[in-house]
Write a new protein. Structure first.
Length: 407
């Protein structure tokens, strides 16, 4: 019987982290927005501003993420990122007006920024020599699991308990998960006397000798390719996080019930989870260019069909969110894959950080636009999703162009 490698435990811990910092803090929190608006008397613009607040803090966290993990190391830094998520929901439980929720959103930005795919990708690179792309895909699927599990649970709890009580429950749950993350994560395989998964221990001395010699690798990424890819990441981020955060508001404003909107979020999460695994496998087999192009087309179709929510057809809505969930895979994993394909080996850490910063900047700038547009268009979020469709098309063209120029 083949022995279980501890790298898969590390992968599970990384998945739990992303479940918290992206699944609960971001995707799952979107279910609360219509309730916060109605229960606490906020406008659509104010609820969208909560998303902006989280993304603003997360953006500055990404700028400091290198220093953060240099000081704390991955294990402690990722644990603290998860703890910030739990603290944010405890603050939400105490809030009764916009300023209180804004403070909670800012704290959630610390979780979202420091607990992003950047540390998870680095941790998987340390622990996996083989199946690295699969491990990153599994971890990233944690955000999709949050969209599957949390919406029906939150909807059920809100119908039974007060909003404050539900926020407190989720905060305590996240803090318990934070303890598990600290227990299981280790910074390096050597900490447990292990090597990376798939790495041949007998060949380590040969690799150590070769590491002192110049190694053939791709040429450094050119400035023109970098700029095009950064702009592509910007537009991908501009439609990604703001889009999924406003899905419940889109369908409730179109006349669907909150329960149906929560069901649609669960479908998005399930499709996102499966889509990420398929995206990772297709990338390993056919390369990042072909797999990314396919998933970008699916994402364009999903955003386009969501723009037809005003038709009021439940079947069309189910198809729309299923395609959207699959397509969102390229929004979340894409920057990591593009960084690996477009950069040289020694630029990877820097390029993936820059791609994530550009992605986050796009999400930050457009986060409040859906609510502002909804207030202007009689509460409808359809104009926002028309805008997201156009942004996805633009991002697809730019990413494809960056690959073509790189070749």
């Amino acid at each position: 019987m083949k022995r279980h490698h501890y790298a898969w435990t590390i992968c599970a811990a990384g998945t739990l982290l992303i479940f918290i910092t992206m699944g609960a803090v971001s995707n799952g929190f979107s279910v609360y927005l219509p309730y916060i608006r109605d229960v606490y008397g906020m406008t659509n613009a104010e609820t969208s501003t909560l998303v902006t607040m989280r993304l603003l803090v997360a953006f500055f966290c990404l700028l400091m993420i290198g220093r953060y993990y240099d000081r704390l190391d991955l294990r402690l830094g990722m644990t603290m990122a998860a703890a910030f998520g739990g603290l944010a929901f405890i603050i939400y439980s105490l809030a009764h007006s916009f300023p209180g929720f804004a403070i909670g959103a800012a704290v959630s930005g610390l979780a979202y920024g420091f607990g992003s795919m950047v540390p998870v990708s680095i941790l998987m690179s340390r622990w996996f020599d083989e199946h690295k792309a699969l491990a990153i895909s599994i971890c990233s699927a944690g955000s999709g699991l949050g969209s599957v599990i949390l919406p029906p649970v939150i909807t059920g709890l809100v119908s039974t308990f007060s909003m404050s009580a539900v926020f407190l429950m989720e905060g305590i749950f996240i803090l318990i998960c934070t303890v598990l993350i600290y227990i299981f994560i280790r910074n390096y395989p050597v900490d447990l006397g292990l090597t990376r998964l798939g790495e041949n221990r007998e060949m380590l001395h040969v690799k150590a000798a070769e590491s002192l010699k110049p190694r053939p690798d791709k040429a450094p990424i050119t400035k023109s390719v970098l700029i095009i890819a950064l702009i592509g990441c910007f537009f991908m981020g501009a439609q990604g996080n703001p889009g999924i955060m406003h899905l419940p508001a889109l369908y409730t404003s179109a006349g669907f019930t909150p329960v149906f909107a929560a069901t649609l979020m669960s479908i998005v999460g399930a499709a996102l989870t499966v889509g990420k695994l398929i995206y990772g496998e297709l990338t390993d087999k056919f390369g990042g260019f072909r797999s990314s192009l396919l998933f970008c087309i699916i994402l364009i179709a999903g955003n386009g069909l969501c723009s037809l929510s005003g038709v009021g057809c439940a079947a069309l809505s189910l198809v729309a969110v299923a395609l959207l969930g699959i397509g969102y895979s390229v929004s979340t994993i894409g920057p990591s894959i593009w960084a690996g394909d477009l950069s040289s080996e020694f630029e990877f850490s820097k390029i993936i950080k820059n791609f994530q910063i550009s992605y986050s900047l796009g999400a930050l700038i457009t986060a409040s636009l859906p609510g502002i547009l909804a207030d202007h268009f009689s509460g409808s979020y359809v104009p926002a999703f028309i805008m997201f469709t156009a942004m996805t098309i633009l991002a697809t063209v730019l990413i494809a162009l960056s690959y073509i120029k790189r070749k």
